[in-house]
Design a protein around this ligand. Structure first.
Ligand SMILES: Cc1cc2nc3c(=O)[nH]c(=O)nc-3n(C[C@H](O)[C@H](O)[C@H](O)COP(=O)(O)OP(=O)(O)OC[C@H]3O[C@@H](n4cnc5c(N)ncnc54)[C@H](O)[C@@H]3O)c2cc1C
Length: 214
């Protein structure tokens, strides 16, 4: 087995390295590069805006959604190229993207299972971070055992009426949309009757409160 990178992979690495060298310096944090790796968990003043601009610059350069099909704005990158991307961005301690949940979870799910209308509506704005996504699975009494979730959604014409509480929702305070796990069949056994819906975080009745750390 040949474990060397191919000439094509090395060319990909060089292209990315050159792009990073030309574009990253203007996105460095005021306190040096150390804060960049903290990302989501230790967000300080101004970090979000800086990461948002970095995300958009990467998107302009075609470096977001690497593995996604070209027809949906990706690069059709191979797994090795994704690994190289990880190595190169870690090597320079690049800031994190802002729309991590959109890129890691929502986009790939829509590409695999969404309708054409959903793909056209949501995918471009996930890549560009024009719309930020969060993930609403956990609840105060449903963590590892996510099937204990109690949030309900009752169908009402073309929409759902949702009632419940989620917790630990990373980036909820920035989010425009949420992938929400809800109970849509109240009579089904615990591990069934759960649906995955797309919730507009600007809908009436949505309240976002901080979980303040020590
Ligand atoms: C920083 C952070 C960000 C997060 N972001 C999100 C997010 O964006 N969206 C979201 O939906 N959730 C998010 N979560 C929630 C995270 O996924 C949950 O914390 C996780 O599902 C565990 O749930 P819990 O904390 O309620 O712990 P519990 O499930 O109550 O577990 C408590 C303890 O019991 C143990 N335990 C549980 N079940 C068993 C078992 N069957 N056998 C033995 N031991 C068991 C666990 O290992 C743990 O030690 C986030 C959490 C954190 C800390």
């Amino acid at each position: 087995m040949d474990l060397q990178f191919s000439a094509e992979d090395e060319a990909f690495r060089q292209e990315l390295r050159d792009w990073i060298a030309a574009n990253l310096p203007q996105f460095r944090g005021g306190s040096g590069s150390e804060d960049d790796k903290l990302g989501v968990l230790h967000e300080g003043a101004g970090d979000w805006q800086r990461r948002l601009k970095w995300h958009r610059k990467l998107h302009e350069g075609g470096w977001v959604g690497l593995s996604w099909p070209k027809e949906y704005g990706g690069r059709d990158a191979t797994i090795t190229q994704q690994l190289i991307y990880g190595e190169e961005t870690a090597r320079v301690n690049a800031p994190m993207l802002v729309n991590v949940l959109g890129i890691m979870l929502v986009g790939p799910t829509l590409i695999r299972l969404g309708t054409e209308e959903q793909k056209k509506r949501y995918i471009p704005k996930i890549l560009s971070a024009e719309e930020i996504w969060c993930q609403g699975y956990s609840e105060p009494n449903a963590g590892s055992d996510v099937a204990s979730l109690q949030t309900r959604a009752i169908e009402d014409g073309d929409s759902f009426v949702v009632n419940g509480q989620k917790i630990w929702t990373s980036d909820a305070h920035h989010a425009d949309w949420c992938i929400l796990l809800v109970r849509t069949d109240l009579d089904a056994p615990k591990h069934k009757g759960i649906s995955y819906i797309l919730l507009d975080m600007h809908s009436p009745g949505v309240t976002v409160r901080p979980l303040v750390q020590i």
